[in-house]
Design a protein around this ligand. Sequence first.
Ligand SMILES: *Cc1c(COP(=O)(O)O)cnc(C)c1O
Length: 342
Amino acid sequence: MAFITLNKAHLFHNLHILAIKAGGKEKLMAVLKDNAYGHGLRIMAELCHEFGLKRAAVKNVEEAKSIADLFDEVLVLVDAVPTEKLAHNISFSAHSYAMLESLHDGENIHLSIDTGMHRNGIKENEIERAMEIIVQKKLQIKGVFTHFRSADELNSEFFWQRSLFERAKKRIKALAQQYGLPKIAFHSCNSAGLLRTDTLGDDAFARVGIAMYGYNPLHPSFNPVLLKPVLALWAEKLSTRVLKKGEHVGYGGVYEAPYDEVISTYDIGYGDGFFRFNGITSIAMADGSVSKGRMSMDSFCLGGDAKEVCMFENATTLAQEFKTITYEIPTKLSPALKRIVI
Ligand SMILES: *Cc1c(COP(=O)(O)O)cnc(C)c1O
């Protein structure tokens, strides 16, 4: 059966480097959204907990509930307002007035500020009104955050957004003091932001996703930090045959054997969340063996007869082949695939 391996030493290596950058383990929030970028939510949450991380961010309430026992705080990034009252250590991202208005009184929130990405968050001139709603509804404002739209790109937008966030911080701190609110945790950096900056300033922590999983999102011209990919995908052989010269394999018969060759079929397909091989270009596996023809829903063919094959242990080249970003390759992998920590 196909499986995923998760390399604990690699994860801890990455977390160690990121913790040094951030100024301590307590200054990292593990971003475990979307089944931990496809790595497996519970298993990655347990490893992050073992490393000593105290905070995590997830996509929705369901994900938050499944790991709330492991962290001091779990932040829900993108869910509709929950109908139920959440556990004391689950916080909810409030992206608009409407969300603030519709939250239960007393709920824990992180207020999201739009500093230029224009995806979510309230605008700077909406801060006063938002703080009024928060106080009226006795919402517990645990944090205030923003998100950078291009911290990974070679331009100065990161600095522009950061200065807008600093301005918003000042306003919020003054209002918090006026209302007598407890200390608020400010946070802004994603992986690229953290790797790019020398200091978090007075941000309480960075929200790290892709770097923790072993990919450096920064342009190579930045000082390169060696991170090690955590996830590898393995397929197991179903059968082997000799494809005779001139025979075609798979749907559409798009691959024709140029000579008699040994090929084998493996138990991963696009139904497992892998990008579909179109058969027009050949894709190389980690061991150098190459795909033959189109991928089916549950299987694909390779030259050779290895019993097991590592489809990738570093998603970078596949991301280039499929014209996407590294994030997308692991994130799509089916939660049903078995995950093994090595
Ligand atoms: C996904 C996400 C992150 C993590 O981003 P990486 O680039 O993977 O580090 C941080 N903050 C928010 C709001 C996110 O949605």
